[in-house]
Design a protein around this ligand. Structure first.
Ligand SMILES: *Cc1c(COP(=O)(O)O)cnc(C)c1O
Length: 428
């Protein structure tokens, strides 16, 4: 197997950022998420360099939902990233990580008055998703005595080759304003007293490995930008969203880089803004690409069972990694304490949750696996812990960050008390 850059093998043991996974689980227990912080930063710099070498006004907004750990937000903020936030909670996380309000964009198709009030009070720009939201924001801004700076989220109606549940720019998607209605939306915004339209926003989906949809998106958006100039909208930024995928199947998936993205998309953007006679900033919102390959989920083998197939029963399930159950996602698997042994048997990695769908990996050739072994599920830094739950009354596990030579918990494991506490006051 081709290992991603943050992984290596030493004396048969899988290492993350140079740290032996077996040692880490002795110290922190299992299940355990382990993140190589240097890899997150390298991914961020790959993005910002590829873009800023082609255009001077670039901003990379990390999509905080991919991995909302405060330590990761802090690290990315320090490196210069802003954030795409999708809830009041994410907005407050990003601010408490030290990110600046002007470096955030508040997205979401269903925000309420409290969400919009928070954005206005903090001075965070809003990506408005409907005319109802525009009216609500205008009244919220009036009540606060402020002007809200906005973009509209455009639905460009683009077919994207990814899992339908993570394609967001389809004509049928719940996100954004249909592109044929967008000019009248901006006209409405211009006539609102407490709204200033300053941007144009789009995001077509996630885990996209083909650059063509991004090129199409850029074409649709710069075309719209030209029309907005004619309307008199002072466009300060164009935000093309996130969506660059990673090669989860290490041997066979294409592995496009931010350089590939920038080389295809920036020329379309630059040509478009030249024709429109404007120089707005170029914003992107990568989530998955920055964090996915930085992290492994380490899980202990409780038992091995020969049944319909060889089930390897581990202590992490879709409570901690829902992607396989939810999106049929594929994650590579390594037996972390026998990482240099060639594969022998076909195994299915099953979680401990009371659902037949709780399978982390199906039909994989692995070295002989026994109870007590340690299994690593790779590329779990994006939409892994972030989508975890306490289903089956399982406290969430700890997360560990490796930054240079420093190893530290960036989130403690939950306990049974954490499960009971929210109910205690109510039941007396
Ligand atoms: C989820 C999301 C992103 C990030 O998507 P990735 O596939 O993780 O890069 C960016 N922008 C918006 C609006 C999103 O909802």
């Amino acid at each position: 197997m081709i290992l991603p850059p943050s992984l290596s093998i030493r004396e048969g043991h899988l290492c993350v950022g140079g740290e032996d996974c077996n040692g880490l689980t002795e110290r922190f227990g299992t299940p355990l998420y382990v993140t190589d912080g240097d890899r997150v930063l390298a991914n961020y710099y790959a993005y910002s360099t590829a873009l800023s070498s082609r255009y001077t006004q670039v901003r990379v907004l990390y999509a905080a939902k991919a991995n909302g750990n405060l330590a990761i937000l802090r690290m990315l903020g320090k490196a210069g990233a802003g954030a795409d936030v999708f809830s009041s909670g994410e907005l407050q996380l990003a601010l408490s990580a030290g990110m600046l309000p002007e470096d955030l964009l508040f997205n979401g198709n269903s925000k309420n008055a409290a969400d919009l009030t928070l954005a206005v009070q903090k001075g965070v720009k809003v990506s408005v998703d409907s005319l109802d939201e525009l009216a609500l924001l205008d009244s919220v801004a009036e009540a606060e005595g402020k002007t809200a700076e906005i973009a509209f989220r455009v639905n460009p109606a683009i077919e994207v080759p990814t899992h339908p549940k993570i394609a967001t720019g389809l004509r049928t998607s719940k996100f954004g304003i249909p592109h044929e209605q967008i000019l009248s939306a901006y006209q409405a915004a211009l006539s609102c007293e407490h709204i200033q339209p300053v941007g144009l926003h789009c995001h077509i989906g996630s885990q996209i490995l083909d650059m063509e949809p991004f090129v199409q998106e850029a074409e649709v958006i710069v075309d719209l930008a030209g029309k907005l100039v004619d309307l008199g909208v002072p466009l300060q930024f164009i935000d093309l969203g996130g969506g660059l995928g990673i090669p989860y199947r290490h041997a066979t998936d294409p592995a496009p880089t931010p350089e590939d993205y920038a080389a295809r998309v920036l020329p379309v953007f630059l040509q478009g803004i030249k024709e429109a006679g404007i120089r707005p900033a170029f914003w992107v919102e990568p989530g998955r690409y920055l964090v996915a390959d930085s992290t492994v989920l380490l899980t202990r083998v409780n038992s091995v069972k020969e049944a319909y197939c060889r089930f390897v029963n581990v202590d992490a399930g879709f409570n901690l990694l829902v992607r396989p159950a939810m999106y049929d996602a594929y994650h590579e698997v390594v037996v972390a304490n026998r990482a240099d042994v060639p594969p022998l048997n076909m195994c299915t990695i099953a979680g401990p949750i009371c659902e037949s769908g709780d399978i982390l990996a199906r039909d994989r050739y692995l070295p002989v696996v026994r109870a007590g072994d340690l299994v690593a599920i790779l590329d779990t830094g994006a939409y892994g812990f972030a989508m975890s739950s306490q289903y089956n009354a399982r406290p969430r596990c700890a997360e560990v960050l490796i930054a240079g030579k420093t190893v530290s918990a960036m989130r403690r494991a939950e306990t049974v008390e954490d499960l009971i506490a929210p109910m205690e006051d109510c039941t007396r």
